[in-house]
Write a protein that binds this ligand. Structure first.
Ligand code: SAT
Ligand code: MN
Length: 604
């Protein structure tokens, strides 16, 4: 039975049903009884495998089709009336053509199936930040994941009332045919259509599709920002708190940074990290002239491989109940899950992510095809499970940002940390970000590509306009956060990581926040911005071996803080090529000025 009198919702559901022709329509009210019944049904049909309920209560495993394991950027379209408005780096399709194509594919595709109607809220229901979406889908997996990742149920329809507007999301699994897979966005119609996939980022429409692509477009028009950023809080020994938002491309450690455990001597001194979000930040100007951020999500869709007790204790703890695992291995000895990096010892009896018995004897770290879990295998875990979840997680106003951090995977050139000279220079640094590709999207991994603000795959409009929007936002805030860039991934000549990363990143956060003090700590001005004096990064009690026999020390720190003008001169040329050749017009003058300054500084 319909759970609302909102005519726009009823019309959308009716039109979706008319197109897809499901046998049944089920409204998701968010009740435990309904969700439990769906879990049961999914276990019976084989869509979910029930895991050991003593060790992993309320946890399940799901396997996708082997052709459906990551976001598909080349099949993800922004469908604006004018091609120009989607910009040069989005795939574009004419909206009429896109609707027609998807309708053709989806027509009758739910015959014999059930269509679920999921009312959900991105953000705390009823808060100023929150926005409501309705996703219709024929996948129980989607319902159950959305129920973890967002706030789902009747209260969202109540918040919408009789007249309220919402984001329409239509998802049909169809035949999971990769050749007919389309993830379409219609920012001008507040609509998303996804067909022929059943994998996370392509089908959990509240996440990248709504909370980033559509929301970034809304934010540009309404004067706020939707960003691919984690949000964390740092508590100082005197119990004061500061908040940081940080943008890194998919699978570059956002979840790890958001849940960082400080080194022992920091903890003993009273430092603590609290997680507000690990992937998405919606940011607005507060009455106090600062930027305030909320995490619109309600759970974590984290990368499983590499997550363990040491690398991310808090993430691992978050997965211990109420979690859906996707494409990890099943340990048949005790019906728990496993993935590469979870433990040093390899389990003897596993079913790999494709559903075949796995042979640990053949496992070779360097050969992905021998892995038991897919490199982009995921856990969908409720945020409330996280031991370090922030008390502000459910705040209706969000948290005030002291710093914004950009970062990517860069084997060379980019130092461990540097600070922009001012807001616009910070925007320039974000716009010029490059990072090596990861398994989060289909295609080759390890290839260096431009990924401005980690938003390349997620900006719902022209990237040049997006840069201009950032510049405009800077004008609206009296006390903008300071902007930094970090690089945890510098390698030595043999490819070894020079910086320990993980919990030791706290040492860099400390410097960053000292730069945000009213009386900031000194720094060294370089061609690219301010870098720390090596003495100002605390490396006490740091025990890290870069490679056998080579310990991390002050000299190594100095090395990863150096700014090589020759390399940066080349980088500047490269950025100029990207600006001119790829983004083209619509880049604001303020950023061109920063590029000129960089070029000049490198020649000095
Ligand atoms: O698959 S998702 O897009 O949800 C995760 C990611 O790539 O960041
Ligand atoms: Mn992400």
């Amino acid at each position: 039975m319909a759970l609302t009198k909102n005519k726009k919702v009823l019309d959308f559901v009716a039109a979706s049903a008319e197109l897809a022709q499901p046998d049944k329509i089920v409204w998701i009210d968010g009740s435990e009884t309904q969700i439990n019944a769906l879990k049961k049904e999914a276990v019976t049909s084989g869509e979910l495998i029930k895991l050991n309920q003593n060790l992993l209560p309320d946890c399940y495993l799901h396997r996708t089709k082997v052709n459906d394991v990551a976001r598909v950027e080349d099949r993800t379209f922004i469908c604006t009336k004018n091609k120009e408005d989607a910009g040069p780096i989005n795939y574009w399709m004419d909206p009429n053509q896109a609707y027609e194509l998807c309708n053709e594919i989806a027509r009758g595709s739910m015959k014999g199936r059930t269509m679920y109607v999921i009312p959900y809220s991105m953000g705390v229901v009823g808060s100023d930040f929150a926005k409501i979406g309705i996703e219709v889908t024929d996948s129980i997996y989607v319902v159950l994941n959305m129920n973890i990742m967002t706030r789902v149920g009747k209260q969202c329809l109540d918040a919408l009332g009789k007249e309220g507007d919402f984001i329409k999301g239509f998802h049909a699994k169809c035949d999971v045919d990769a050749d007919k897979r389309y993830i379409m966005h219609f920012p001008e119609d507040n609509t998303i259509i996804s067909v022929n996939s059943a994998y996370g980022g392509n089908v959990l429409l509240g996440k990248k599709c709504f909370a980033l692509r559509i929301a970034s477009y809304l934010g540009k028009n309404e004067g706020w920002m939707a960003e691919h950023m984690l949000i964390l809080g740092v508590t100082f020994p005197d119990k004061t708190k500061k908040y940081i938002a940080a943008a890194f491309p998919s699978a570059c450690g956002k979840t790890n940074l958001a849940m960082l455990i400080p080194p022992k001597h920091y903890k003993e001194a009273g430092y603590e990290i609290e997680t507000v979000g690990d992937d998405i930040a919606w940011i607005r100007v507060g009455e106090d002239g600062r930027l305030w951020a909320v995490n619109p999500e309600n759970g974590f869709f984290g990368v499983a491989p590499g997550t363990n007790e040491h690398s991310n204790y808090n993430a691992l703890q978050s997965t211990k109940r109420g979690t859906i695992f996707t494409n990890v291995a099943l340990n048949t000895d005790d019906m728990t899950v496993w993935w590469e990096g979870l433990s040093k010892e390899l389990p003897e009896h596993c079913i790999d992510w494709t559903g075949k018995p796995w042979n640990p004897a053949k496992f070779d770290k360097k050969d992905k095809s021998t892995c038991s879990a897919h490199p982009n295998s995921r856990f969908t875990a409720p945020a409330e499970n996280c031991p370090c979840i922030s008390p502000e997680f459910n705040s209706k106003t969000g948290v005030p940002l002291s710093a914004i951090i950009f970062g990517g995977r860069r084997a060379s050139t980019t130092p461990l940390v540097y600070q922009s000279r001012d807001w616009n220079h910070g925007v320039f640094i974000g716009s010029a970000m490059s990072s090596e590709t990861t398994a989060a999207a289909t295609g080759a991994t390890g290839v260096l590509r431009h990924d401005p603000m980690a938003m390349k795959p997620f900006t719902g409009y022209h990237m040049g306009d997006y840069f201009a929007h950032w510049v405009e936002m800077g004008k609206k805030v009296k006390n903008p956060p300071k902007i930094f860039n970090v690089n945890w991934f510098r390698t030595d000549e043999n490819g070894n990581f020079m910086w320990p990363g993980f919990g030791d990143n706290m040492r860099v956060l400390e410097w960053i926040l000292k730069r945000c003090d009213e009386n900031p700590i000194d720094a060294v001005e370089t061609a690219i911005g301010y870098v720390p004096n090596p003495d100002d990064i605390d490396i006490s009690e740091l025990d890290y071996e870069i490679c056998k026999g080579k310990k991390f020390d002050k000299a190594a720190l100095a090395e990863i803080l150096t700014v090589d003008k020759e390399k940066w001169s080349k980088e500047a040329e490269e950025i100029e090529g990207y600006y001119n050749g790829t983004i083209g017009s619509r880049i604001p003058k303020e950023l061109w000025d920063c590029l000129e300054t960089l070029k000049k500084n490198c020649k000095k």
